[in-house]
Design a protein around this ligand. Structure first.
Ligand code: DOR
Length: 392
């Protein structure tokens, strides 16, 4: 028995239960309907799944590596991470991806999927390397950090990915507009890719959607039956551009109107997942203009505080967005309390506030605009396959 009379919440359940684990899987869940959960007791959730993280390994390990990134992930309550390919070299082959995954497995803290770039070396010019990868061998491709500016290349990516059953994870930023107007840059490329999605009959996942125009266009595409999904980051709903003045992230912090639209999208299912875009950098790189936030250790607390305590979502809805749905998208058996699924859990304290301190991060990246912010939702313990991989 791993837990007895513990308060569990997933996307549907809210109960007191015993949980028995065998061979890394949930073997039995015994509900205790006669028990009321104590108001200030910790709550057990399915461990989180991050669709979007940067661990910078290989090549940029002075910012983060698989070891420090794994420690950061489990400290944030994550047992699965989907790693972006903008490393050095860029991950542009199945072999490179498998090598990173094998090293992550040896560290044995978090389960990792390494994403392959959708253009060769994220250069935006060609995508024939995708033809070398067997159909279905990888779940995702992405050029995160950059948009694919050439329409003909992007159309070809849609066609190959449809054929091969790879899901495009798109960073939407049209470089023609980036210098002057980052709203136009995100919107223009989002609109183009919705059209390509319709034209090719393919599918696409939009990374870190941040504008009201983009999220409304995605909602409309979903209503039309296009095969689209999207994620929203914790930081884009926590701060507006004024509150995070001078803090660089791509896409940038937006306005209250955008935040309201993003929260509505989380409520009504337009947004499929919350993903961190964990982007560790050194102080020097930040000073030189690097975009990004070291966010995997603050994601749950920021979302719990703003969205659940703020009255916008239930904790079950937050579990759906941080665990159930992203796990489904990664085609892995986790994300709810159900016998036979992976025994991946996170124990959280939602009753007592704490203050975010970057110096406590396990990540090598201490770059956060949330230093000193008081939040609720401290991760107390993370379990992967029935083993404790993090203990506060
Ligand atoms: O802020 C960001 N940082 N956005 C991205 O899309 C890329 C990321 C990075 O790699 O640093």
């Amino acid at each position: 028995m791993l837990y007895e009379k513990i308060h569990i919440i997933d996307n549907e359940l809210d109960a007191v239960a015993d949980i028995r684990v065998e061979d890394g899987l949930i073997a039995q869940i015994t509900l205790h309907p006669e028990c009321e959960p104590a108001a200030d007791a910790p709550v057990l959730l399915p461990a989180f799944t991050d669709l979007h993280a940067h661990f910078r390994d290989p090549g940029l390990t002075y910012k983060e590596d698989l070891e420090s990134g794994s420690r950061a992930a489990v400290r944030g309550g994550y047992s699965v991470v989907n790693l972006m390919p903008n490393t050095l070299p860029v991950c542009s082959s199945l072999e490179q991806a498998r090598e990173v995954e094998a090293r992550a497995n040896r560290i044995n803290l978090v389960r990792a999927n390494q994403i392959v770039s959708m253009t060769l070396n994220e250069m935006g010019q060609e995508c024939s390397h995708l033809l070398d990868i067997p159909a279905g061998a990888i779940p995702f491709v992405s050029d995160d950090g950059k948009g694919v500016n050439r329409d003909d290349v992007m159309e070809e990516i849609f066609r190959i990915c449809k054929e091969k059953n790879f899901l495009i994870m798109a960073h939407e930023e049209d470089a023609r507009y980036s210098p002057a107007d980052l709203r136009m840059a995100e919107n223009a490329m989002t609109f183009r890719d919705l059209q390509l999605c319709e034209k090719t009959g393919g599918s696409i996942h939009f990374c870190h959607v941040s504008t009201i125009e983009a999220i409304q266009a995605i909602a409309e595409a979903k209503r039309k039956g296009l095969r689209v999904s999207c994620e929203i980051t914790p930081h884009h709903i926590f701060y507006n551009a004024e509150q995070a003045r001078h803090y660089r992230v791509a896409p940038p912090f937006r306005n209250d109107e955008d935040i309201q639209a993003l929260i509505a999208a989380l409520q009504d299912g337009t947004a499929d997942a919350i993903a961190t875009d964990h982007a560790p950098h050194t102080p020097e790189d930040k000073a030189n203009g690097a975009n990004g936030i070291s966010g995997i250790e603050t994601a749950f607390a920021l979302c719990y505080t703003r969205l659940v305590r703020g009255g916008h979502l239930t904790l079950s809805q937050l579990v759906q967005l941080m665990s159930t749905k992203p796990s489904e998208m990664m085609r892995i058996p986790k994300g709810r309390f159900q016998e036979g699924l992976w025994a991946d859990f996170v124990l959280v304290d939602i009753a007592h506030p704490y203050v975010i301190r970057a110096e406590e991060f396990a990540s090598r990246g201490k770059n956060t605009p949330f230093e000193g912010v008081e939040v609720y939702g401290r991760v107390l313990q993370t379990v992967k396959g029935g083993e404790v991989v993090y203990q506060a």
